[in-house]
Design a protein around this ligand. Structure first.
Ligand SMILES: NC(=O)c1ccc[n+]([C@@H]2O[C@H](COP(=O)([O-])OP(=O)(O)OC[C@H]3O[C@@H](n4cnc5c(N)ncnc54)[C@H](O)[C@@H]3O)[C@@H](O)[C@H]2O)c1
Ligand SMILES: O=P(O)(O)OC[C@H](O)CO
Length: 341
């Protein structure tokens, strides 16, 4: 019998570890690459990732490694679970080696200078690679604890979608396919900003009406922006759009929500981010999204309001007053676009 080829997961954080375990539970040998040799050695010996996923046993089929070159040489399918700030610098030196490989980004962020999504960066680095993204309502800890979960793999490459479904689909993890890579990836990046606002609202004791208004208006706002960038609005009605928005805006397990909650308790942004000690992509996304919305003239009052509080010295009360008293609008944008208002 021939030995099964290993699959790579890049990233030693909570999501990389949760996905590595899922793959291994399906009988797939996994090389989980992380930059810190000490972390890799400790995980190899102790079978746990105590900093990022405490209390979850690392499956025997996961081999924590720290040699990236050897990992990429050994694996044709690679899941990338790095912070958005690190993805380019980790992959770029190995561009030649990525030719023809299946590269699936799990990272939900936007590059600051270029406004590129992670799969667009991968495409720039390795145009000959087969590229996809995985996104949806996917809190790492819940996946690791086998809560019933669904996600979306999106790629123009149907075979890649099927390959990802084959290795990840399981008893507790259901993988839907989509051809809209851009929409799926954009949804995952944008929702992080609204999770910060939702966490803040909860810390401030706001009611259920407020939370519902926030989530619904966030969906309208992110869809409006996505359409301006050429995305399909229907994708935002799926798991990677409204699905991910709901979980991230409702769960104290979300790191973006936690940052917002800490801000609502009166911590500064720096204090909130330091206390978290993990990646909260929404903070950087907020900055680049505010600038982009201004550049392309898309109305994003929630993004502008949070930006005003965090970076322009406005008080929360000033922003709330401004948002609530703003010019009345129609409910669903696409109704007015069709001329029914
Ligand atoms: N955790 C989740 O629930 C979840 C779910 C879906 C998607 N994601 C996305 O996955 C991505 C990774 O998040 P995470 O939750 O695993 O983060 P995390 O905070 O748990 O861990 C980040 C990991 O990246 C490593 N890292 C940081 N800089 C690096 C660099 N320059 N080179 C190599 N490694 C580096 C850290 O050492 C750490 O191991 C994010 O974009 C996040 O939005 C996370
Ligand atoms: O913990 P967060 O806020 O990065 O969110 C995790 C996932 O993106 C939820 O789907």
């Amino acid at each position: 019998m021939t030995e099964q080829q290993p699959v790579a997961v890049l990233g030693g954080g909570s999501f990389g570890t949760a996905v590595a375990n899922l793959l291994a539970e399906n009988g797939v040998p996994v090389r989980q690459w992380m930059r810190d040799p000490e972390q890799a050695e400790a995980m190899r010996v102790n079978r746990e990732n105590p900093r990022y996923l405490k209390g979850i046993r690392l499956h025997d089929g996961v081999e924590p490694v720290n040699d990236l070159l050897a990992t990429l040489q050994a694996c044709d399918l690679v899941f990338v679970a790095l912070p958005s700030s690190a993805l380019r610098s980790v992959l770029a030196p190995h561009a030649e080696l990525l030719r023809g490989k299946g590269l699936v980004s799990l990272t939900k962020g936007i590059e600051a200078q270029s406004f590129k999504l992670m799969s667009q960066i991968i495409e720039e680095i390795a145009p000959q690679a087969r590229i996809g993204v995985l996104s949806g309502p996917n809190l790492a800890r819940e996946i690791a604890e086998h809560a019933l979960t669904a996600t979306v793999v999106a790629s123009e490459d149907e075979q890649l979608c099927q390959q990802v479904q084959a290795v990840l689909h399981g008893r507790t993890f259901r993988v839907y396919a989509s051809a809209d890579r851009f929409g799926v990836e954009l949804g995952g990046a944008l929702k992080n900003v609204y999770a910060i606002i939702a966490g803040m609202a909860v810390a401030l004791g706001m009611g259920e009406n407020t939370k519902s208004m926030l989530i619904t208006r966030a969906l309208a706002e992110m869809t409006r922006f996505a359409v301006s960038q050429g995305a399909n609005p229907m994708t935002f009605l799926g798991l990677a759009g409204v699905g991910d928005l709901i979980v991230t805006c409702s769960s104290p397990k979300s790191r973006n929500y936690q940052v917002g909650h800490a801000l609502g308790q009166g911590l500064s942004l720096e204090q909130a981010v330091n206390r978290l000690g993990e990646v909260a992509e929404g903070v950087n996304t907020l900055k680049v999204l505010k600038a982009k919305a201004q550049e392309v003239q898309v109305y994003m009052p929630l993004v502008a309001g949070l930006h005003a509080i965090l970076f322009e010295g406005r008080t929360l009360n000033q922003v709330i007053e401004h948002l609530m008293r703003a010019e009345p609008k129609t409910d669903v944008d696409f109704i007015s676009i069709s001329g029914f208002n």
